[in-house]
Design a protein around this ligand. Structure first.
Ligand code: SF4
Length: 252
């Protein structure tokens, strides 16, 4: 049996995988304990990659649909057919009828990422959608405005912070998404052991809220007002109107 060390491509947490194989068969996938970043952490999706790999429904060869039937064809034939149909649609409706969508597994694949720009330029469409479109563009805009680079993403320094305020996020499940924080639960426990505190503001008692020292359950839809209030208070009213996070920190 041989082991291969890879990175899970499913989300930004980028957990290190140890993939054990016997010939071409994947025998086991587990977290790579020597991975400095994830330290052996894997969520169920990482473990399930072996099932994905062997799923008989997985499409392993290019296919085209013709006369109501799906046919396996060569890559050259598939590209030629896609090009022919795309060209016909663009000729009829204009370039913007095409939309690109980039999902996580594309963004985490070097080959696909490199080809993406070429494809997007060739498609000459202004319609580009990504996983970022639905969950992180405000963060990227803030990074662009603050640091001049939309990918210069500031993340919480949980290993060195004393008090962590989380507004409407659930890193215990998401592993932080852009934050990329595998082993979030263990990191919260370590912060608490140092005397730190976790405060979660969320209408729902999320998995992260259940770990918190204090869960502030605001009304659904109240987050914009809450964020604005926190911002104004911290800038203009100082000690008199410190948010709960500071009170919690002082209590500890
Ligand atoms: S958190 Fe799960 S899905 Fe994300 S990289 Fe790690 S194992 Fe993969």
């Amino acid at each position: 049996m041989k082991s291969h060390y890879r990175i899970c491509p499913v989300c930004e947490a980028g957990c290190g995988l140890e993939v054990s194989v016997d010939g071409t068969e994947v025998v086991r996938i587990r977290g790579n304990t020597n991975d400095h970043f994830s330290e052996g952490h894997l969520c169920p999706k990482g473990v399930a990659l072996a099932d994905l790999h062997t799923d008989p429904r997985r499409i392993r060869k290019p296919q085209i649909r013709a006369n109501g039937e799906t046919l396996e064809v060569s890559s050259d034939a598939a590209f030629a057919e896609a090009g022919r149909r795309l060209a016909a649609v663009r000729a009829r409706y204009g370039n913007d009828v095409v939309a690109n969508y980039v999902g996580n597994s594309t963004a985490h694949n070097v080959g696909l990422s490199m080809g993406l720009g070429t494809f997007a330029r060739g498609a000459a469409t202004r319609n580009l959608y990504t996983a970022s479109s639905v969950d992180q563009l405000p963060k990227q805009l803030a990074a662009e405005l603050m640091f001049g680079n939309d990918m210069a993403l500031a993340v919480p320094d949980i290993e060195h912070t004393d008090c962590l305020l989380i507004l409407r996020a659930n890193p215990a499940v998401s592993n932080g998404s852009l934050w990329m924080v595998p082993k979030f639960r263990e990191k919260v426990r370590a912060m608490r052991a140092r005397g730190g505190a976790l405060v979660v503001v969320d209408p729902r008692r999320t998995e992260t809220a259940r770990l918190a020292d204090e869960h502030v359950s605001i009304r659904p839809g109240a987050m914009p007002g809450c964020s604005r209030h926190l911002s104004i208070c911290s800038r203009s009213q100082g000690e008199r109107c410190r948010p709960r996070i500071a009170r919690t920190a002082r209590r500890r």
